[in-house]
Write a protein that binds this ligand. Structure first.
Ligand SMILES: *Cc1c(COP(=O)(O)O)cnc(C)c1O
Length: 361
């Protein structure tokens, strides 16, 4: 009898994450607006730190991330002892499901929520439960109504991806207050820095013991290729998550580069300002052409067309011009395209192609 190696139940049900495309056949120079990357690159100080630390590759990195946590704590006004750093915020999200959920447990995500959340739930054998949104905005009452005795974790991003919408402070308070203390609320702040004067959920973490905030260096810091993210929660939660973290999960290169990036506040400020300016320009241009577009709080806009066919045709027109945006059919938005806010010339080029497609120019 032939025996074969079989994975644990459910593993083969995990759909692979699909990242933003970066190639179009027949184009050598594409304009990639599909992965919410920073069009201005990253801080020069981060690059210098990266090159400097290349000299230390023969050495194992430190295990406690002390300098990086201290820098994040200093810049964001947070207690470094309540921070954990991971290989992207994705790794921190993974520690969360590993620590708090398993077979038979439920993890709540929302209708157009980030596609990593159900993947993470399934990784630990938990059941993702998807809750409806209200016109592409997270619906606090719907989440609260979906909580059962099996619920362990609620995942939401604020601002959200791919909708770009935000839940206001009072609503987040109501959600945190309404959840049982045994349910962990994950406030994914991947796009928090694009919102002026927003703490990314830090105050909520301080007010509720069952809230964790995650952040990333992949978006406004322009370091998606570096793979560094972090989380902020109570000492108890950080202690739990740290036990799941591999001691050498981050290299000295990653830590030193991220540290230089977080300390370069001027770079972040410039990116925030430019992004806001061109995001509004992009949205206005779309709306004027009759393309639906909610106010976005992130570094992308969600362009909503008449129907899925029009979205597909517009995507084809953009690709023919060497522009890659993100179709979001898999997010339950087949009539929409998510477009990263590029620099001025990128925004003008996108709008020119869409206008031509719409027969406006
Ligand atoms: C981009 C993104 C992240 C960041 O992932 P990293 O692993 O830090 O690169 C997390 N959450 C959301 C909603 C995102 O869009």
């Amino acid at each position: 009898m032939a025996e074969t190696i079989k994975p644990k139940a459910g593993i083969m049900d995990i759909a692979l994450y699909v990242s933003g495309e970066s190639h179009v056949d027949g184009h050598t120079e594409v304009l990639k607006l599909s992965a919410n990357e920073n069009p201005y690159g990253c801080s020069d100080k981060a690059k210098a730190a990266f090159l400097r630390t290349a000299q230390t590759l023969n050495r194992y990195p430190g295990t406690d991330h002390r300098a990086l946590r201290a820098a994040i704590g200093e810049v964001h006004g947070l207690d470094p002892d309540r921070l954990i750093c991971g290989v992207g915020s994705d790794e921190v999200l993974q520690f969360i499901v590993q620590a708090y959920a398993g077979e038979g447990d439920e993890i709540i995500t929302t209708q157009h929520g980030f596609s990593m959340y159900p993947i993470l739930a399934k990784m630990v054998g938990a059941t993702p439960v998807t809750v409806g949104e209200d016109e592409r905005v997270i619906d606090v009452d719907a989440i609260l109504a979906a909580v059962t005795t099996r619920t362990r974790v609620v995942f939401l991003a604020n601002p959200a991806n791919p909708t770009g919408t935000m839940v206001e402070r009072g609503e987040m308070e109501r959600l945190a207050a309404g959840l049982p203390r045994s349910v962990l609320l994950v406030h994914d702040g991947a796009y928090a820095e694009f919102v002026e004067n927003f703490d990314g959920g830090a105050a909520l973490v301080d007010a509720y013991p069952n809230v964790i905030m995650t952040r990333t260096f992949s978006k406004i810091y322009g370091l998606g290729g570096l793979r560094v993210g972090w989380g902020y929660a109570s000492r108890e939660i950080i202690d739990v998550l740290t036990r799941l973290r591999q001691p050498f999960n981050l290299s000295e290169i990653q830590m030193a580069t991220a540290e230089a990036a977080v300390r370069d506040r001027d770079f972040v400020e410039r990116c925030r300002t430019e992004n806001a300016k061109w995001r509004e320009w992009l949205r206005n241009a779309l709306v004027q052409m009759g393309v639906g577009c909610d106010a976005s709080h992130a570094n992308f806009v969600l362009a909503r067309f008449e129907n899925p066919q029009e979205a597909e045709a517009c995507n084809a027109a953009l690709r023919a011009d060497g522009i890659i945006v993100r179709p979001v059919k898999s997010y339950g938005l087949p009539q929409a395209l998510r477009i990263t806010v590029g620099d001025e010339s990128a925004c003008r080029r996108v709008i020119h192609v869409i206008a031509t497609f719409k027969g406006i120019r």
